[in-house]
Design a protein around this ligand. Structure first.
Ligand code: HEM
Length: 135
């Protein structure tokens, strides 16, 4: 890793958010992209829009090439103190309520699904047998 590996807070990084002085946080590392603003193929505006926060997702969403990733070292100035970055709001799927905690109802339904057709069949056969023998 380059530089001295200084640890910055989000507060400090956030102070560098202009086209003349721009720091970004990507993958837990802090980059000073001031010199790169004009050369960035994606333009300086996207870089500016990604300042003052964790820009990892923005960076990854673009699907930067490996050569783009290799360039990053050049701008590395230190690490970010992760505790200063607000936690990402993760989507937590709602917990599935547990229907039929009691397995007996489930069992009875299954049993009926098996017995009812059987009973109807038995009834049909019975009726047929009965009508045949009486007529
Ligand atoms: C150290 C940080 C960065 C470096 C060194 C960098 C470098 C590059 C390079 C070399 C390209 C050309 C395509 C490629 O090789 O993948 C590129 C494209 C692009 N970058 Fe970055 N980038 C950085 C950060 C960012 C961030 C944080 C964003 C979004 C907020 C961003 C948005 C884009 C976009 C949208 C393109 C696509 C341009 C196009 O294809 O028209 N970049 N970047």
């Amino acid at each position: 890793m380059g530089a001295d590996g200084k640890v910055y807070t989000l507060e400090e990084v956030s102070q560098h958010r202009s086209s003349k002085d721009c720091w970004l946080i990507i993958g837990g590392k802090v980059y000073d992209l001031t010199k790169f603003m004009e050369d960035h193929p994606g333009g300086d505006e996207v870089l500016l829009s990604a300042t003052g926060k964790d820009a990892t997702d923005d960076f990854e969403d673009v699907g930067h090439s490996s050569s783009a990733r290799a360039m990053m070292d050049e701008f590395y100035i230190g690490e970010i103190d992760a505790s200063t970055i607000p936690k990402k709001v993760k989507y937590a799927p709602p917990k599935q309520p547990h229907y039929n905690q009691d397995k007996t109802t489930e069992f009875i339904i299954k049993l009926l699904q098996f017995l009812v057709p059987l009973a109807i069949l038995g009834l049909a056969v019975g009726i047929r047998f009965y009508t045949k023998s009486t007529s």
